[in-house]
Design a protein around this ligand. Structure first.
Ligand SMILES: N[C@@H](CCC(=O)N[C@@H](CS)C(=O)NCC(=O)O)C(=O)O
Length: 290
């Protein structure tokens, strides 16, 4: 009895979560096309993208038989959504992307504050994850996507190496101000950007080659590409000054066909200034159309 009741309750909650998703999509469609999205802090509904990709042979389809389609929720900035977006672009995934400008009602935003296990974005549901109990934590989402889409190497050890790179890139990210030249004193040794970059290059030597379109990149490599793009945008030439080999990695990464298409699309949110406002000013909702 108890388990039948629990199943019924879970099914009901899943139906409620599906209705929340439908309401968010409906509100996005009905919101004024000329409404301004300033970054975070304006807008009456989420933005809605139906991304349709084609999975190249080196990756996996991500979705098993009988599973719901992927829904990925984040905010109208790059932030912690960017590595998942880059991964999904690279592996040709199809998904529903809903992004919050953080000023709409929770009733038209999938109730993400309540649904999220840690109360924060990003969130993922589908491909094995119930809508009513989505996954949160960007690192958790990245690793789940990597397992599903084949971006964690071929063996368990490859996967651990990819994770070591991912974590080392996180460490390098904490030194971004030194890379782009806004910090006064550079950190020396293995914690500093120069040696961390050199160590990352050694890790990359044993990994798939980003200049090979047919290679399956891993999630550590995508995290690295994300950081290098941010550094280059903040200060042109800064990646080459850090490491010519990392500059070659960045250039090869952004030239990969599916990544290049993504980077030129409205899914690639503008960069922001402090306060989470778009650097080049507000965008119209209508500009965010695939
Ligand atoms: N450790 C978490 C941090 C998540 C986080 O800080 N999310 C922010 C956006 S980047 C958020 O949801 N902010 C909403 C709020 O502060 O109300 C992760 O990696 O996902």
């Amino acid at each position: 009895h108890t388990s039948a009741n629990m199943k019924r309750k879970a099914d009901e909650d899943e139906d409620v979560a599906e209705a929340e998703l439908a309401a968010a999509i409906d509100a996005a469609a009905k919101a004024p096309a000329d409404e301004e999205i300033i970054g975070l802090g304006s807008g009456t509904a989420m933005l809605h993208f139906e991304v349709t990709g084609k999975c190249p042979t080196q990756y996996k389809s991500g979705r098993l038989k009988g599973e719901k389609s992927l829904v990925f929720l984040y905010l109208t900035i790059r932030g912690l959504g960017e590595t998942p977006r880059l991964m999904l672009a690279e592996c040709g995934a199809s998904y529903t992307h809903l992004v919050s400008p953080m000023s709409e009602d929770q009733a038209v935003a999938c109730e993400w504050r309540k649904r999220s296990p840690n109360g924060l974005m990003p969130l993922l549901s589908g491909i094995g994850v119930p809508r009513a109990q989505p996954l949160s934590q960007s690192g958790t989402i990245v690793r789940y996507l990597a397992q599903r889409y084949g971006m964690a190497g071929e063996t368990e050890l490859d996967g651990a190496r990819a994770d070591c790179l991912y974590q080392t890139v996180k460490d390098l990210t904490s030194k971004k101000s030194e890379i782009i030249g806004t910090a006064d004193v550079p950190t020396e040794g293995a914690k500093g950007p120069a040696l961390t970059a050199a160590n990352i290059c050694t890790m990359l030597d044993a990994m798939p080659d980003p200049s090979d379109d047919g290679a399956a990149l891993n999630y550590g490599q995508i995290e690295l590409l994300n950081l290098l793009m941010e550094c280059e945008e903040a200060s042109s030439g800064s990646v080459k000054a850090l490491s010519p080999a990392l500059e070659a990695f960045r250039a090869a990464g952004v030239a990969r066909p599916r990544l290049a298409t993504y980077l030129a699309s409205p899914l690639r949110f503008p960069s922001i200034v402090p306060g989470y406002k778009y650097k080049d000013g507000p965008m119209k909702r209508a500009a965010f159309k695939l």
